[in-house]
Write a protein that binds this ligand. Structure first.
Ligand SMILES: [Zn+2]
Ligand SMILES: [Zn+2]
Length: 106
């Protein structure tokens, strides 16, 4: 008797079986819950019996969660600041450590 896949519910045959998190998965079904990246026994992270990739594993603190527009903007901003050698483009300038846009310059 072959087990059923925890993701798709279809039978998992031994050649395509992944036994992880107390469940059976098709190799192709064992992917990150968030981004669908295919995982394997070495790189998966289990959380509440669901596999995640390293990037999407739910962490205790969400301070490092990226990909929201605000976080991306902050990240880009800090990257720009760390490599700053002058005003990188028209309409953007810096005042001390604070970036201001042209509209804010008087
Ligand atoms: Zn499956
Ligand atoms: Zn992911």
């Amino acid at each position: 008797m072959n087990p059923n896949c925890a993701r798709c519910g279809k039978i998992v045959y031994p050649t395509e079986k992944v036994n992880c998190l107390d469940k059976f998965w098709h190799k192709a079904c064992f992917h990150c819950e968030t981004c669908k990246m295919t995982l394997n026994m070495k790189n998966y992270k289990g959380y509440e019996k669901i596999p995640y990739c390293n990037a999407h594993y739910p962490k205790q603190s969400f301070t490092m969660v990226a990909d929201t527009p605000e976080n991306l903007r902050l990240k880009q901003q800090s990257e720009l600041q760390s490599q700053w050698t002058g005003c990188p483009r028209p309409g953007t300038c810096c005042r001390g450590s604070t970036w201001v846009t042209e509209g804010d310059l008087s």
